[in-house]
Design a protein around this ligand. Structure first.
Ligand SMILES: Cc1cc2nc3c(=O)[nH]c(=O)nc-3n(C[C@H](O)[C@H](O)[C@H](O)COP(=O)(O)OP(=O)(O)OC[C@H]3O[C@@H](n4cnc5c(N)ncnc54)[C@H](O)[C@@H]3O)c2cc1C
Length: 290
């Protein structure tokens, strides 16, 4: 399949690309890694009249470690994050999760900005960003705004980004001491999009009891689903495997996944319970070793 005809722009700076976006608005699409947009164009599921290729805008490609957060430019490729020692030390969930994205060829082109804006409900990065209380910064000719994942993800493949905005960076708060994180997913074949994925981040207090915990599922709704009802049961307690199992068991009453050709709703609920239990157990074990 070939895409419909389009005009192509290759700006060298963020400023130049924002001017183009302002001019063409709804008719234009940003081309980043192209790993989601190009297949959609080839299948004619997307027919932008204008493509604005941001691959030459080096000012959007960086990983910066600050005192209390990590900032990653929108054009930073999955493989750069995967191979960064800085990321591995400061934010191991990102390293663990990004390895689950497709195959190395896809990770060598795909970008963090593209994955977050594409907002596939089974994609790893939106789930990880939500687990870590990350934020996204969007730029337009009118200035910048920074949004939480709650404010950004709307539903399947839909976010609150405006047609004249570019995702310029993602901010991730650094974990506190005695924190552990884990992610796990179920796929039909290695490298496929997940049927269900679960990700957890836990902080223990000095006595080993759970101080903070966050559990997020992908693949059970249009956006990442935060399960505070589950993690609330762990707060202030020494979370042994039985307590975690009981907490995870209530998940079937909290989610309402849709069936599709890959899995029934019941199967997704079962996976959600099992994967949630495993990531919580692993995150707590890791937190207790820090
Ligand atoms: C075979 C295959 C398997 C895959 N498996 C997985 C998987 O297991 N997990 C997973 O998460 N992903 C998977 N992907 C998708 C991959 O991770 C993509 O890289 C990602 O979804 C999109 O990133 P991109 O940089 O390629 O964006 P593009 O395809 O270039 O763009 C995607 C969308 O985001 C918009 N956009 C891109 N960058 C910006 C920006 N900075 N600001 C504003 N809008 C922007 C584009 O206009 C477009 O609408 C797979 C892809 C393929 C082809």
């Amino acid at each position: 399949m070939k895409p419909a005809v389009f005009d192509y722009y290759n700006p060298e700076s963020l400023k130049e690309s924002l001017v183009l976006l302002d001019k063409y608005g709804f008719d234009a699409k940003i081309l980043s890694g192209g790993q989601s947009l190009v297949p959609m164009m080839n299948m004619r599921l997307a027919r932008p009249e204008i493509l604005i290729d941001i691959n030459n805008i080096e000012e959007l490609n960086y990983i910066r470690l600050k005192e209390d957060e990590m900032i990653i430019g929108g054009l930073t490729r999955h493989c750069q994050i995967e191979n960064s020692e800085e990321v591995k030390n400061a934010c191991p969930l990102l390293t663990e999760g990004i390895k689950l994205i497709g195959h190395s060829q896809i990770r060598s082109r795909g970008t963090i900005g593209g994955s977050i804006v594409h907002a596939d409900p089974t994609a790893e990065l939106p789930v990880i960003l939500t687990t870590l209380n990350g934020t996204v910064t969007l730029a337009s000719n009118e200035g910048e705004r920074t949004l939480s994942t709650d404010e950004f993800f709307l539903t399947y493949l839909t976010t609150t980004i405006e047609p004249n905005e570019i995702l310029v960076s993602v901010q991730i708060p650094l974990p506190k001491p005695r924190s552990g994180q884990a992610i796990e997913e179920f796929t039909l074949r290695s490298g496929d999009f997940a049927i269900v994925l679960a990700s957890a981040a836990v902080t223990l207090d000095a006595s080993g009891q759970v101080e903070e915990a966050r559990l997020v599922l992908g693949g059970v709704d249009g956006i990442p689903v935060v399960l505070d009802e589950v993690t609330d049961q762990l707060i202030g307690k020494t979370a042994d495997d039985d307590l975690i199992k009981d907490a995870a068991n209530i998940i079937e009453d909290l989610i309402d996944p849709e069936p599709d050709i890959h899995a029934t709703a019941e199967y997704r609920k079962d996976l959600s319970k099992t994967l949630s239990r495993r990531v919580l157990e692993r995150a707590i074990r890791r937190a207790s070793k820090v």
